[in-house]
Design a protein around this ligand. Structure first.
Ligand code: ATP
Ligand code: MG
Length: 320
């Protein structure tokens, strides 16, 4: 069934987008044709935006608004991300990337997409997503405080499984951070927000490394001149995961003091000129500290891969 749904998604994505002006993005834009009305669901019946009631606003992104919606007949709940048609080229390009990745992924560790709708050519685009009832890990951190080591081990394992799935498909996420990991009340964690993700055509890719959220960028992405122009996107995702897990444990962005506003200069100093970040909190176990050390190797060639980390004792803990 999953394969059938995926095939239907691929078949229906047809909306050519204008080439991006920004040189930070690949010179060969994804010419992903977004759907005109691409409505589908697992029962092969057709969805339309009008089939859903908007229940509440879940959040606002750079590109639009995300609503909690309910299907009028089945009463099933979803998240509907609505991107305004008058958004700029860069945003439209990000949506193209996001839709493309969502249309080819099918994993319990990646947020599912159930449909994509375009009001009219060049009009609002709506993406129907699996509803994650606890929001992002960033929201949870801000509302309920820091996570226990056991929870972080569980989160790390799920995100690694998601990255393993993506990396095997040659997809690098490029923006792993607490605000892009969605969670539900079953403590399932799923990777979301593929606006700056990339399909790698080679193992190493030197172009357009400068996208994503600066604070979570690895040294070789932040300063390619010093750390090597050929960055390994897979290794860069692991760096971001390491910082994310430390943040969930200590409660603030780990490379700066609590409350400090990340500006360019302080990030450059911390990421590129500072010592390798470590988990100094003495309450953290040896396994946790070692896992973080493996993720946050400043030299990307020494950083552990997803497969190596999946075998690390920190994510293979057995109850005593
Ligand atoms: P952008 O992607 O435009 O850079 P963003 O990541 O902040 O920005 P969105 O992906 O549009 O924004 O999401 C905005 C907010 O909506 C998120 O921070 C999250 O709280 C909520 N949200 C997004 N997707 C879902 C979902 N599938 N389930 C539940 N809440 C969601
Ligand atoms: Mg986001």
């Amino acid at each position: 069934m999953a394969a059938v749904v995926r095939k239907r998604r691929q078949l229906n994505l047809h909306l050519p987008l204008p080439a991006a002006k920004s040189s930070r993005f690949s010179s060969s834009p994804l010419r992903l044709p977004l759907p005109l009305s691409l409505p589908y669901n697992n029962n092969n019946s057709v969805y339309r935006v009008s089939d859903f009631d908007k229940l509440q606003v879940l959040g606002h992104g750079n590109s639009g608004t995300v609503y909690k919606v309910q299907h009028k007949r089945t009463l099933a709940t979803y998240a509907l991300k609505v991107i305004h048609g008058d958004c700029d080229t860069t945003v439209r390009r990000q949506i193209t990337r996001e839709v493309h990745i969502l249309s080819i992924t099918d994993s319990p560790y990646v947020v599912s997409c159930h449909g994509i709708f375009e009001k009219s050519p060049g009009g609002d685009i709506s993406i129907l997503l699996e509803y994650m009832d606890s929001g992002t890990l960033d929201n949870v951190l801000k509302t309920t405080g820091t996570f226990s080591e056991v929870s972080i081990s569980n989160i790390a394992l799920q995100v690694l499984n998601g990255l393993n799935y993506l990396h095997k498909q040659k997809i690098v996420h490029r923006d792993i951070k607490p605000a892009n990991l969605l969670v539900n009340s079953k403590m399932e964690v799923k990777i979301a927000d593929f606006g700056v993700s990339k399909m790698m055509s080679r193992t190493l890719d030197s172009c357009d490394s400068y996208v994503g959220t600066c604070a979570y960028m690895s040294p070789e992405r932040f300063d390619p001149d010093t750390y090597g122009a050929n960055y390994n996107g897979y290794a860069a995702d692991i760096w971001s995961l390491g910082l994310t897990l430390v943040e969930l444990f200590v409660g603030h962005f780990p490379l700066l003091p609590p409350g400090a506003k990340p500006d360019w200069a302080s990030l450059m100093c911390a990421i590129c000129f500072g010592d390798q970040p470590t988990l100094q909190d003495t309450s953290a176990s040896e396994d946790f500290r070692d896992f973080i050390k493996c993720c946050l190797q400043k030299d990307s060639t020494k950083r552990w891969t997803v497969m190596q980390l999946l075998a690390h004792p920190f994510v293979n803990q057995r109850p005593i």
